[in-house]
Design a protein around this ligand. Structure first.
Ligand code: ADP
Ligand code: ADP
Length: 228
């Protein structure tokens, strides 16, 4: 996946500062965790990448290109988005759910039809899950379908907002490790929001610590554990 750079990004809501000024770099292919208490500005920073939130000043670059220079719809097609509530459509099968973002993007606009069996294999779900309804899945299986759906438009940059937070601790670790292996296998760049430092230490190459909108810590897990 591509490199992502935040240059002096600032955001307030209704005049109340929420984030920044903040500079950070996610190296190409890195798995970066964004850690901090509720309200620290994690989601605001994450959503600047796919322009669900626009900075008041500063800018975000993906692979050297400012996101503000790209139409939001095309930008979002190129970025996978995984969130806690997953949001699978209950009346659609797993395969239909996986195909949905690519279909919304428009097959007639040259977006290739997703290879559902390959995507299920990528998240280590059996091929015959394609015909199941979401309610027939466990929480961990549903979140893996969410990951497959996020990959379906060919995205190699992934945004994950508390992706495994609703799962019980044992499932959370297992799904997290599977996702980490997938990240490595596909060479993704991943930015994961979590309030759980243990999860960040387990999965990430690099951790950014946010406190009240400011970057207060940054480093590899070993550096943070050593207090460097
Ligand atoms: P986190 O993801 O770390 O919990 P957020 O980025 O969601 O933090 O929020 C940072 C701050 O901005 C919080 O004080 C939150 O209440 C505020 N905030 C976030 N989104 C909005 C919004 N749409 N309108 C008003 N305030 C918001
Ligand atoms: P919350 O943090 O409030 O629980 P979610 O993180 O679950 O909300 O979802 C944030 C919003 O982004 C939702 O309204 C969802 O429909 C929307 N969304 C989902 N996927 C994408 C995408 N690929 N690009 C842009 N927006 C998306």
């Amino acid at each position: 996946g591509p490199e992502v750079v935040f240059e002096g990004v600032v955001r307030a809501y209704g005049g109340v500062p929420a984030l920044g000024p903040l500079d950070a770099r996610l190296p190409a292919g890195a798995f970066v965790a964004l850690v901090g208490a509720s309200g620290a500005g994690k989601s605001t920073l994450l959503r600047m990448v796919n322009r669900l939130v626009e900075p008041d000043s500063g800018r975000v670059l993906i692979g050297g290109v400012p996101v503000a220079d790209r139409p939001a719809a095309a930008l979002r097609r190129s970025i996978g988005y995984v969130f806690q509530s997953i949001g699978l459509m209950p009346h659609m099968s797993v395969a239909e759910n996986i195909r949905l973002p690519a279909r919304v993007a428009g097959a007639d606009r040259g977006v290739p039809a997703p290879d559902v069996p390959a995507l299920l294999a990528a998240v280590e779900l059996p091929a015959d899950y394609a015909g199941r309804r979401p309610q027939a899945l466990s929480g961990g299986e549903a979140q893996r379908v969410g990951v497959a759906r996020a990959l379906a438009t060919g995205a190699r940059l992934m945004l994950l907002d508390e992706p495994f937070g609703a799962l019980d601790p044992v499932t959370r670790d297992a799904v997290g490790r599977r996702y980490r292996a997938l990240h490595d296998r596909l060479g993704l760049t991943s930015l994961m929001v979590t309030h759980d430092m243990a999860e960040a230490l387990l999965l990430a190459d690099r951790i950014l610590v946010l406190d009240r909108g400011r970057l207060v810590g940054e480093g590899a897990p070993a550096d943070l554990l050593a207090g460097r």
